[in-house]
Design a protein around this ligand. Sequence first.
Ligand SMILES: [Zn+2]
Length: 279
Amino acid sequence: MALYKMAEILKDAQQKHYGVGYFNAVNMEMTRACIGAAEACSSPIIIGTAEALLPYGAFEWLLPLMLRQAEAARVPVAVHLDHTYHFDTLMRGLRAGFGSVMYDGSRLPDHRENVRVSSEIVRIAHAMGVDVECELGSVGGLSDEQGRADAVIYTDPEDAKRFVDETGADFLAVSIGTQHGVYKAPPKLDIPRLRAIRGTVDVPLVLHGGSGLSDDDFRETVAGGISKINVFTDIVLAAQNAIAQHPQAGYTDLNLYAETAMREATEKKLRLFGSAGMA
Ligand SMILES: [Zn+2]
């Protein structure tokens, strides 16, 4: 029985200065790859899905699958709902039973609107015993329904403190130079900015857009105060490569090749973030 709340996992990470990986899982193989990797290196892990991943699996079907595997795991596993943009989707996530949720108001036209909606969602979620991750600044790299790419807006340390105080957010996603998806040029991370945010804000800090960063980038961001690192693209690319290497394999075997590759890629990240051996 190793289902944990994300807050419990991140509190330990914050105290002991290591990073915990968050990985999206949209089916049984991805879930099994994540938990298998965490068990192999005795690491806590956070798994979940997101609003943009709804076409691959409804919350109501995926969540029981993830919860069942989390409960049976030999390591702490939290099940979290990543990026939601719409009130209705977030409410659907709460109803489905996620232990924590992310509301991303960074696309809203102005900052006050992000504060207002985030506060409202925190109030509702807290009443249901669910913790909330919010985003200030914009990590960028994702596209909205009209295909417009999000801009990158760096998080200001003083704004971050005010935002957490005003909204009551339990975790804060910050923008310090990473981007979602595949990088076109190597990212330049603003570590002094991260340290300044860490100095003003008490809640665990989250890094999105973790795919494509160098090993040193990860070490620096964890040392600079990041407690949770979201990785998706790198894991999916590992699966794609494994599938490409077996053009003659049948579909069911392809699933297993992909799962093995995802498990290995996930384990590498967990070791890099410093969470191996911390379960
Ligand atoms: Zn993200």
